[in-house]
Write a protein that binds this ligand. Structure first.
Ligand code: ZN
Length: 273
């Protein structure tokens, strides 16, 4: 892996971060036994893998007791003889290959290029998205009313949910948010990753939907409203020209970006120029 960060502008607000990460191609699966460390739980277990060519430092998801929890490959063994039924398997590996330009936006980094941090890639850092993924059904009511980004009561949020959402927002739980044209998507990480969809147009939000089990407007949605408001303000102040050119932006929390793309186990370097 090679890794390079270049600061190419003098004005702090407009500094640009170039990130280039190239990793070995993991197309051909290679059978292995891997040690997977779950930092949330502080423990490691051994898993069988025959779906991927796993390397130390890869972020993976497994089946069994730790399903849905992000794990880190800490050791890979190719010489083994095991009884398959004794082992759970690695079912997904995160796509952490990233290349592109990022712009600073407080706790987040923004890209105006659709291929730099697309939703389809970032969601693999948080969820095992496999082929056998459950079918998602959307229901939409006729209420396509648009609301201002601070009109929580208008949308129907309770004040308690708004304050819990605000906490989520200040803790940077909105790890990812993007708007493509008017189509918005966000990932909110709480006990697990929740996906929030919305429509954003001319400063107004509508069709706010979260995939958690709440049948009312939840804290994940409230957190997204706060984060969207902050990110839009930041863009309008500093990067308006970029947005009007691309009609797309994606913001990712710095912590998320660096925790998945860099690891003490991976070779590489960061250069500040
Ligand atoms: Zn929710």
């Amino acid at each position: 892996m090679s890794y390079k960060i270049g600061f190419t502008a003098n004005d702090y607000e407009k500094e640009i971060l170039d990130i280039k990460i190239t990793q070995q191609n993991t197309c051909t699966p290679r059978k292995s036994l891997v040690d997977v460390y779950f930092s949330e739980n502080g423990c490691s277990f051994i898993y069988f893998n025959d779906n991927f060519d796993l390397k130390k430092g890869d972020i993976v998801f497994v089946d069994g007791k730790f399903e849905g929890i992000r794990g880190l490959v800490t050791k890979v063994s190719y010489n083994f003889k095991i009884k398959l039924s004794d082992y759970k398997k690695v079912i997904a590996v995160a796509d952490t290959k990233i290349s592109g330009k990022f712009f600073f936006a407080n706790s987040h980094m923004i890209s105006f290029n659709k291929s730099t941090i697309p939703y389809s890639k970032v969601i693999t850092w948080y969820k095992a998205k496999g082929n056998d993924e459950e079918e998602i059904i959307y229901g939409e009511d006729d209420n396509t009313e648009e609301y201002k980004l601070d009109d929580f009561p208008g949308i129907g949020f309770t004040s308690e949910i708004v304050s819990r959402g605000h906490e989520y927002y200040t803790d940077n739980n909105v790890v990812y948010i993007s708007v493509d044209g008017t189509k918005g998507k966000a990932i909110v990480f709480g006990s697990k990753a929740y996906e929030v969809d919305f429509t954003y147009k001319n400063g107004m939000i509508s069709n706010l939907v979260c995939d958690c089990y709440c049948n009312y407007h939840c804290k994940h949605e409230a957190a997204v409203m706060f984060q969207l408001s902050e990110t839009i303000n930041m863009i309008e102040k500093n990067y308006e020209d970029k947005l009007s050119e691309s009609e797309y932006f994606a913001a990712i929390s710095k912590y998320s970006l660096f925790s998945v793309t860099t690891s003490a186990d991976k070779p590489g370097s960061i250069i500040f120029e």
